[in-house]
Design a binder for this molecule. Structure first.
Ligand code: PLP
Length: 416
């Protein structure tokens, strides 16, 4: 069985909802004034991660749920933003982004990965990775096209696929070390597959895709004429000497990959909403058209500041890795001491932890609601990263982009 048949058998209400039975999974019937909103919203609910952050605030809990740093961006970024604000950088930029920032991104892609992108043609600055992914899908997907999402997945992908009219097709990473089974992936590709979203280093598992995995994805994309949309937002957060390889660098992939990344995680500025998409044409022109009408441009003074932080020396990245390595050691030791089980992680700043050994009678949602109220630490329920029902039910996700002092405070609460 392939494609829709397989999806129907697997699960979920995805196809019924998208094909129009008019009832949301939350029991609401379509009615623009009194009902659950447009049909495209019927399989999407409010972000669990944002809910967990609110719960953390309510219980004054340490927030290890949402993936944002509790420390500031580099001083150079703040100073450059202040200067831009004070010196007239306050109006729309051209929709693709300022030229200095696009040039800085082109130089970075060439220096780090040997990838050649022409700033005037191939680089678009967006309001975060979130917008870049949505703009790419809106520009490439027609109603009913299938988009492969590797699960567990960042929770923004499903809404982006649904908003663009696509049908998500989930392919799981294999437990316990979250590798990609290329045969399983092959079974998901069919004539309706139009795109695949590939996130490496991976949130929420910490997996860094191997060259073999990337080559396997590349082979399938070329065989089935599929666009690869990558999310490389954790490209600079890897451990144990591992390095990040963009899918676009695999032979045959340059023309069919939209390489997406952002500055939010690398420079601890998630609230700045600065991301970018690099693609050859025609993909670049396509996503630029959507981006123009979706947001016009990213915030102008912050673009000026981002051009400046991209000039930081290599020592910034070395220090970033050293700092995150320390945080990872602390997080993994907390997980171990507190009685969770987790596989080692290779990149990003998340870890999926199994709470089966806890004397807790309930699923991941009840555990994630219980933990901040009773022990003062907020996490994210594991199953909200899966599209396939029943997966992640004994898991929660920890985010450890936090000062060591914050992690030590969480340790004191969890390891009693
Ligand atoms: C894998 C992944 N992609 C995208 C995002 C969101 O990126 P941005 O804030 O640049 O929109 C996140 C945020 O946590 C993420 O983990």
């Amino acid at each position: 069985m392939k494609g829709r048949e397989e999806m129907k058998a697997q699960d979920t209400r995805v196809l019924d909802i998208l094909e129009g039975d008019g009832i949301s999974p939350f029991g609401m019937r379509f009615d623009p004034v009194h009902g659950g909103g447009a049909q495209r919203l019927h399989m999407i609910r409010e972000s669990f991660i944002r809910e967990m952050t609110r719960l953390a605030i309510t219980h004054n809990a340490i927030n290890l749920s949402q993936g944002f740093p509790d420390f500031d961006p580099p001083r150079e970024a703040i100073e450059a933003a202040q200067e831009a604000l004070a010196s007239g950088g306050n109006q729309y930029t051209i929709t693709w982004g300022t030229l200095p920032l696009r040039e800085a991104i082109a130089a970075k892609m060439s220096k780090w990965y040997g990838l050649a992108f022409e700033p005037n043609e191939h680089i678009t600055v967006t309001c975060g990775v979130t917008e870049a992914i949505l703009a790419t899908l809106m520009g490439t997907i027609n109603k009913g096209d299938e988009v492969i999402i590797i699960e567990p997945y960042h929770e923004g992908y499903l809404p982006a696929v649904v908003f663009s009219g696509g049908i998500p097709h989930f392919v799981p990473l294999e437990s316990p070390d979250y590798t990609l089974d290329l045969n399983r992936l092959r079974n998901a590709f069919n004539e309706r597959t139009k795109a695949i979203i590939v996130n490496t280093p991976h949130n929420p598992t910490g997996h860094v895709f191997t060259r073999e995995e990337l080559e396997g994805i590349a082979e399938l994309c070329q065989e089935f004429n599929v666009v690869a949309i990558t999310d490389e937002i954790y490209e600079h957060i890897t451990y144990d000497g591992l390095t990040h390889t963009p899918l676009a660098a695999i032979p045959g992939m340059a023309e069919r990959t939209v390489t997406i990344s952002g500055l939010g995680k690398t420079f601890a500025m998630t609230g700045w909403r600065l991301g970018y998409a690099c693609a050859l044409n025609p993909l670049s022109t396509i996503l630029r058209t959507v981006h123009d009408f979706m947001t016009i441009c990213a915030p102008a003074p912050l673009q000026a500041a981002c051009a400046a932080v991209l000039q930081l020396p290599d020592s910034y990245y070395t220090q970033l890795q050293a700092d995150y390595t320390q945080r990872r050691e602390k997080m993994m030791s907390i997980i171990d001491r507190a009685g969770f089980r987790a596989s080692p992680i290779q990149g990003s700043y998340y870890v999926m932890a199994d709470f089966s050994n806890w004397d807790f009678d309930g699923d991941d949602y009840s555990f994630a609601r219980w933990l901040p109220a009773n022990l003062g630490v907020a996490v994210v329920p594991g199953s909200c990263f899966y599209g396939t029902k029943g997966m992640g039910k004994k898991m929660v996700r920890f985010a450890f982009a936090k000062k060591l002092a914050t992690l030590e405070a969480a340790e004191a609460r969890l390891c009693r």
